[in-house]
Design a protein around this ligand. Structure first.
Ligand code: NAD
Length: 358
């Protein structure tokens, strides 16, 4: 099969980790007889430097003309002084909106070989955990009306959260469908004891639940969910939540797995074209030093094969190769834990994974 893949390398470690993922995809293409055509487009700080805006029109058009999009990361101190609309991170919101990507899937799975790297006590994660966080991506407070005004105590800033029934229904449906493909357990996280948007969220989820009698559904307040994730993560299968709550909870869940350098994500909409990216940022502190763990980006590429192209065997091949490399004791610095092994560079780790793919 032939697929056009848009590469958005971005800033910091972005180019290094995308290069690793591309070499893995090329190995998979050779092994399984596919043709992947890669085209790179600028995004974030590097786009600001070259074209003056974080999300150039050609980048959006290139992504729309591709079968899928693989993103590294954007941002860095060089662009931190810029006003909100011109910052690299603005490109992320823009590209998600332009591609209609309202569902963000963030798996948080403990790799058995990495138990040592988790900050949780061994007895709390003895039987591992495998959580899929389904985060709403194009609505809520990150997209609502905002500004400055004169308030009771003088100048104040405000951001507003709004959710329509349509937005809640489509993310809810994506979450129930995801649960149907897993252990059929869904937790919807909200703050319905305080927020009106959460009350509508909860009511809409309850209506959807009637169409999925096989899914065991529960509501949970976000403060409790944050606590339960560190108390007993294995109780969760799929979690669905709003944009901001999902942003925070998925970072918390990611850290439970040991390192932010291990976690992939998929952003999807109504078409099969999605955007696949690691959940970490551009890590300017280690950029250009060959220290970045490429696994989150390689796992993102595996998610792309599975969800965008329906290539499950190829995705599984990548995931098995990563399992094997970790089980053999190879570690980048971020996942070293108590391991006594030599530290692998990013390119060493990529080479081990390529060898394991065969
Ligand atoms: P970060 O995720 O870039 O880094 C946090 C810490 O994790 C750093 O110590 C970093 O070295 C480490 N780390 C991250 N990825 C790693 C990897 N693959 N291997 C090894 N270590 C890794 O978060 P930050 O420092 O808060 O943000 C840096 C920049 O990235 C900021 O400009 C921020 O806005 C941006 N950012 C971008 C995205 C994105 O593009 N999706 C997401 C988050 C942050």
């Amino acid at each position: 099969m032939q697929y056009k893949i848009a590469l958005l390398k971005g800033d910091g470690i972005g180019p290094e980790i995308i290069e690793s993922a591309v070499s893995v995809l090329e190995r998979i293409a050779a092994k399984y007889g596919h043709d992947f055509y890669f085209t790179s487009y600028p995004i974030g700080g590097c786009a600001i430097d070259t074209v003056g805006v974080p999300l150039p029109k050609e980048t959006v058009e290139g992504c729309l003309a591709s079968d899928s999009v693989l993103l590294g990361a954007v941002g860095g101190p060089k662009w931190d002084h810029l006003p909100g609309d011109l910052r690299p991170e603005k490109a992320l919101l823009g590209i998600r909106a332009a591609l209609g990507l309202y569902t963000n899937l963030r798996p948080a799975k403990l790799f058995p070989a990495l138990r040592d790297a988790s900050p949780l006590r061994a007895d709390l994660i003895a039987s591992g955990f495998d959580i899929m966080i389904v985060r709403e991506l194009t609505g809520g407070i990150y997209f609502g009306e905002r500004g400055y005004r004169n308030g009771k105590y003088g100048e104040e800033a405000f951001d507003t959260e709004a959710y329509s029934v349509l937005e809640i229904e489509r993310i809810g449906r994506a979450a129930f469908e995801t649960a149907m493909k897993r252990q059929k357990r869904l937790t919807s996280v909200d703050k319905a004891n305080v927020l009106e948007t959460s009350r509508l969220w909860r009511k809409t989820m309850h209506q959807l639940a009637e169409a999925y009698p096989e899914v065991t559904y529960q509501d949970m307040f976000v403060d409790n969910a944050a606590m339960q994730l560190v108390r007993n993560p294995q109780q969760f299968d799929v979690i669905v939540t709003s944009n901001m709550f999902g942003d925070i909870l998925s970072d918390e869940a990611s850290q439970l797995t040991g390192s932010i350098g291990m976690l992939a994500s998929a952003s999807m909409g109504d078409s099969s074209r999605g955007m696949y990216e690691p959940i970490h940022g551009s890590a300017p502190d280690i950029a250009g030093q060959n220290k970045a763990n490429p696994i989150a980006t390689i796992l993102s590429a595996a998610m792309m094969l599975r969800y965008a192209f329906g290539l499950s065997a190829e995705a599984q091949c990548i995931e098995d190769a990563i399992d094997a490399v970790l089980a053999a004791g190879f570690r980048t610095a971020d996942i070293l834990g108590n391991s006594k092994t030599d530290i692998c560079s990013g390119s060493d780790m990529t080479g081990k994974i390529l060898n394991a793919i065969g």
